[in-house]
Design a protein. Sequence first.
Length: 238
Amino acid sequence: MRTCWRDERRIVMEKTVGLEMNDTFNEKDIPKYIASYMFIKGYATGKKLNQTLLALSLARRLHENQYRKGEKLPYIVHPIKVCTTLISYGIEEDIILAAALLHDVLEDCKDFFPLGGKELVDYYGFDEEVLVIVKLLTKESGLNQHELNVYFKAIEENPKAALIKLSDRLHNSATLYTFTYEKMKKYIRETEDFLIPMASYCKKYYVQYNNAFTILKTNISALNMSAKNMMEKHEVSE
Ligand SMILES: [Mn+2]
């Protein structure tokens, strides 16, 4: 009998990083993400987005038992949100949606990637471009201003990475209340200095994604503005 594409991947996956396809998932977490998980699964199945389907199940396994800081939500809600936001803004490219689902795995699941991410291509069969995008999005901690600038500029030169970065920022900006005061302030500043200019640049130069960049820019700007106003009020009343 012919083994199908997904069975082959499954065998490869079990052999390499010790992830078992029949692993059980934390029962209490499942209701918190399953609806949007199934939405992506249905959407990707209907459109035959194989990289996205593979990314969806891999991201779920890799982020299992990780939680969003300050929120009691399983971490996978975040990459899922970043992906569904892009779908709702009209993005339907397999590579982009797959990379959106995997955008935090090299940063947050290092133990599974002793080769630094090559595993995504060599073992899991992702397109080289998915790896390129995920690597662009992976940020070392403790970067200085110059390094940050280099990091954001490199993303800006790749419209697919930029779409994911901005969708990521939109979700994080919407959940800023989980941050400490200092971190919130830094984040708002960073959004102003790097992300909003990035959105303006991309909107102008990547016409094929103009619609998505326009909505991202509008929404991020609005959230950032209201967070900033709130913080200023707080400072005045101190
Ligand atoms: Mn993220």
